[in-house]
Write a protein that binds this ligand. Sequence first.
Ligand SMILES: Nc1ncnc2c1ncn2[C@@H]1O[C@H](COP(=O)(O)OP(=O)(O)OP(=O)(O)O)[C@@H](O)[C@H]1O
Ligand SMILES: [Mg+2]
Length: 223
Amino acid sequence: MKMDNENIVEIKNLKKSFDNGKIKALNGINLQIKKGEFVSIIGPSGSGKSTLLNMLGALDKADDGFISVAGYDLSGKRLNEFRSRKIGFIFQLHNLIPNLSVVENVEIPMYGTHMPGGEMRDRAIVLLEYVGLSNKINRKPTELSGGERQRVAIARALANKPDIILADEPTGSLDSKTGAMVLERLKELHEKSEVTLIMVTHDMNVASMADRTIKVLDGQIQT
Ligand SMILES: Nc1ncnc2c1ncn2[C@@H]1O[C@H](COP(=O)(O)OP(=O)(O)OP(=O)(O)O)[C@@H](O)[C@H]1O
Ligand SMILES: [Mg+2]
């Protein structure tokens, strides 16, 4: 693990509610994560883990508090730039586009860059080889198993060489063998590069692989 003292995530008293304030999904989160750290996030269903991850990826805005990730103040502007350059997101439900092929799904994050089409395709194929899916590149997501879809989602998350990978239960729906492969890929990535890995999981064995585990309960971090 390469790690320096720079915080890539700074969160102060972050709040997010739904239903006109009735549901306090995040209720004053304070969190710092160092560049290169592998952090797992655990906590019961409904405790706010996915909401927190969405905030980290600038997929949703907080109501109150401060959040900065990779030098971007996420209450500010340039969030499209932030999302496309800094973040690779592996969703709880893998969110592949059903009418695009596997390789086209992996290319999506590269559309916003200035990469030529042929280069995008080559990179997508290399990434699909990396996750063991070179024989499925022209399939549609509906023709794949759950584990294969999750591996496509990993390839897609890596497409832009992100600084931070946000993974929401990347192994939740997988059998133990496929889950282990997915984890192995993520861990390898974290160990070989500077990438910061933030992973929500219900699996304590998975959580224990991380440098640090954060517990979320009722929208707050347990210390
Ligand atoms: N878009 C939304 N609208 C209304 N309520 C929401 C929304 N998103 C999340 N919530 C609520 O906010 C709370 C936190 O949800 P969140 O998805 O962050 O939980 P979680 O910890 O990821 O749970 P799980 O382990 O089941 O995935 C829950 O009470 C949930 O019902
Ligand atoms: Mg969730």
